[in-house]
Design a protein around this ligand. Structure first.
Ligand SMILES: [Zn+2]
Length: 412
């Protein structure tokens, strides 16, 4: 496959997570009688532009038309979007009637935050179920996959945007070049694009290999995004790190020459270089560390199994499917996954076929395997009583640890 960013014809594979099913295609009880489709999950590095990417694309219609990840479900995300809104409105001087377009707008959680500022908002999301939820709450949302054609339709109906946002979607883009072209067109008259995406630097630092799944086609750094944006006469003028999702970057992007470049951009480039993000050797070491996590985690889980103890997964996020399926963890080691998202309860994690049950009605196990480790700070205080009573949290990433009553304070 050619590089998704620069079209360099050869990219080098450094991590093979095997064949896996699509992580969000949860199974219904009736699906268990049949095999499910598996697709290769292999991660590659482009020596020409340094972009990290997977080399197989599950069609976006398979992955996103009916989508189960709902932004409004977690308090951490609601707070995050509220804070992002206040920061952007103030930093960019947005005023009443300015147009904000959110790409991959999910259930409209972020756009709803602009209401009190009197801004016009439009969401675009290819997931029909989410677009319906957003429209029902009064956030106008088009159930389409954003691309250059959608951008032209927006300009025709609403005019150009002062702000275009993409939170947790910029790594999803099958039509990467058409989307970027559309963004450039939408903000051509002095607008700004704000992209929030998982930071590859953070993934490397904390060995977050489970952020790799079929929905994440590209893993971004300022370096690789520079190469993409330059093709559309855009440039990054501000770079921040946010704590969400285990470390995300927030980049502000504008048509070249329209904004002063903040020193934060060069600072992030230097940090990436120091971390080795532009070197293949760094990625080969990352692959070795994944093997070490497997050995340690499987040791812990097999100990629990040998002692006849119960382990439940805490949460059933997409990244959990990657971890379970990479290490071939099934119900022998983890009997079920407890969830609060009603769209997931009653279904099964693909591949591993672990049942997802309602957290409120399920009994408590001897230990929880924390799959949504990015929300650990939110879960831990809620489960304080459980841990003080002898319960355990097994946290797999960056290095497997067991949190119990003795070391609770260290992690809370
Ligand atoms: Zn490339």
């Amino acid at each position: 496959m050619a590089c998704r960013v620069c079209h360099n014809p050869t990219i080098e594979q450094f991590l093979d997570l095997g064949a896996q099913p699509h992580c969000d295609s949860l199974l219904l009880p009736k699906d268990l009688a049949h095999p499910e489709p598996y697709y290769p999950l292999q991660v590659c590095f482009c020596h020409a532009c340094t972009a990290v990417q997977i080399n197989y694309t599950v069609p976006k219609e398979t992955m996103f038309e009916e989508y189960l990840y709902v932004s409004g479900t977690t308090q951490t995300l609601r707070t995050h979007f509220h804070d992002s809104t206040e920061r952007l409105v103030s930093r960019l001087g947005l005023k009443a009637n300015d147009l904000v377009v959110d790409i991959g707008s999910n259930d409209g959680t972020w756009l709803a935050c602009y209401e009190k500022h009197g801004l016009r908002v439009l969401g675009v999301d290819g997931a029909r179920n989410l677009a319906e939820m957003a429209n029902a709450r009064g956030v106008e949302t088009w159930a389409r996959f954003f691309n250059a054609e959608v951008a032209r339709d927006i300009i025709a109906k609403k005019g150009r945007a002062q702000l275009v946002t993409a939170a947790g979607v910029f790594f999803h883009l099958e039509e990467l070049h058409s989307v970027t072209e559309g963004i450039a067109e939408l903000i051509r008259e002095g607008g700004v694009f704000c992209v929030q995406a998982i930071s590859l630097a953070g993934m490397l630092r904390y060995c977050q290999f489970d952020q790799v799944y079929h929905e994440h086609l590209t893993y971004w750094t300022v370096h690789s995004l520079d190469r993409l944006f330059a093709q559309y006469d855009l440039e990054i003028f501000n770079a921040d790190m946010l704590p969400i999702h285990g470390g995300s970057m927030e980049l502000l992007v504008a048509p070249r020459g329209t904004q002063a470049i903040d020193p934060s951009v060069e600072k992030m480039r230097v940090e990436e270089r120091d971390l080795g993000c532009t070197q293949i050797e760094t990625y080969r070491r990352f692959a070795t560390r994944v093997g070490e996590i497997e050995t340690e985690l499987m040791g812990i889980l097999r100990d629990y199994q040998a002692q006849g103890k119960k382990v439940y997964a805490f949460g059933a996020p997409a990244k959990g499917a990657t971890l379970l399926n990479t290490f071939h963890i099934t119900t022998e080691l983890v009997q079920c996954a407890v969830e609060v998202n009603p769209l997931k309860v009653g279904k099964y994690i693909p591949g591993a076929r672990i049942p997802i049950v309602d957290e409120k009605t399920q009994d408590v196990p001897d230990a929880y395997l924390i799959l949504a480790w990015n929300f650990l700070k939110e879960f831990l205080p809620k489960k304080r009583d459980y841990i003080m009573a002898g319960g355990k949290f097994i946290v797999p990433i960056p290095t497997p640890v067991v949190i119990d009553k003795d070391n609770y304070d260290q992690y809370a």
